[in-house]
Design a protein around this ligand. Structure first.
Ligand code: GDP
Length: 180
């Protein structure tokens, strides 16, 4: 949804996170919204939806309304309830887990089949701080993203690396209302 006033622009980005359980979706949201890394508060986060507003340099503000699928993503039949109608889908994998990377590619296909045709998709390789345990190369992430017209970034919810950048890059890609 897009709202605009004469002086400034306010955008709302409805965003859903998808990916294997344990890749760090809840931690990414917590880091972005509360600025903290707290793996223990997963249930609280999963039970509700969170929102966070950011300001861009061009005086646009973007309010993200974030749905963390928190486990339900394992039940394929329920997943479309989360991403149908979402403006943004963030597909997360863990750079130490090739299985989670394969699962991310599954979600990308699902989104292409059932998501809104103009959905903005980001591919996120999380846990980038665990570089000594890396099993998915940066190049593999880039290639997958390019093939599917996605924005790609590696993040660490633990160290906060690239978390704000992820949401800023998404915000920049949200369509602006046309002025007449
Ligand atoms: P979800 O099931 O995808 O929501 O995953 P969680 O957010 O619950 O994270 C699963 C576990 O991964 C947590 O207990 C964290 O300890 C760990 N984790 C999440 N993000 C990171 C990260 O960026 N780096 C590291 N080292 N661990 C992380």
């Amino acid at each position: 949804m897009l709202l605009s006033t004469s002086n400034s622009r306010h955008l709302i980005g409805q965003l859903v996170l998808l990916g294997d359980s344990g890749v760090g979706k809840s931690c990414i949201v917590l880091r972005f919204v509360r600025g903290q890394f707290d793996p223990t508060s997963k249930v609280t986060v999963g039970a509700s939806f969170l929102s966070q507003t950011i300001a861009l340099q061009d005086s646009t503000t973007v309010k993200f309304e974030i749905w963390d699928t928190a486990g339900q993503e394992r039940y394929a039949a329920l997943a479309p309830l989360y991403y149908r109608g979402a403006a943004v889908a963030v597909v997360v994998y863990d750079i130490t887990s090739p299985d989670s990377f394969a699962k991310a590619q599954y979600w990308v296909k699902e989104l292409q089949k059932h998501g809104s045709p103009d959905i903005i998709m980001a591919l996120v390789g999380n846990k980038a701080d665990l570089h000594e345990k890396r099993e998915v190369s940066v190049q593999d992430g880039i290639e997958c993203a390019e093939k599917n017209g996605m924005f790609f970034i590696e993040t660490s919810a633990k160290t906060a690396d690239n978390i704000n950048q992820l949401f800023e890059e998404i915000a920049k890609r949200l369509p602006r209302p046309t002025t007449s």
